[in-house]
Design a binder for this molecule. Structure first.
Ligand code: SF4
Length: 58
């Protein structure tokens, strides 16, 4: 399936299979964001729950 960048979702996590790789964009139509903290206070407290680890051959 061809990846199409979503101009509205900037992302630099190139280890994710949904990342464009050469450009810092996500290719999903929408993503789910959450937190692993009981009381988030800084950006580092948040996570992209749509992350999927890129395999070696993608
Ligand atoms: S799914 Fe999340 S981590 Fe993966 S490229 Fe999209 S925004 Fe980035």
């Amino acid at each position: 399936m061809e990846m199409k960048k979503n101009d509205h979702i900037h992302c630099s996590v190139t280890q994710c299979k949904h990342n464009m790789g050469t450009e810092n964009y996500c290719c999903l139509n929408s993503i789910t964001i959450g937190t692993h903290e009981p009381n988030p206070t800084v950006p580092e407290c948040t996570d992209c729950f749509s992350f999927v680890k890129r395999s070696c051959c993608e």
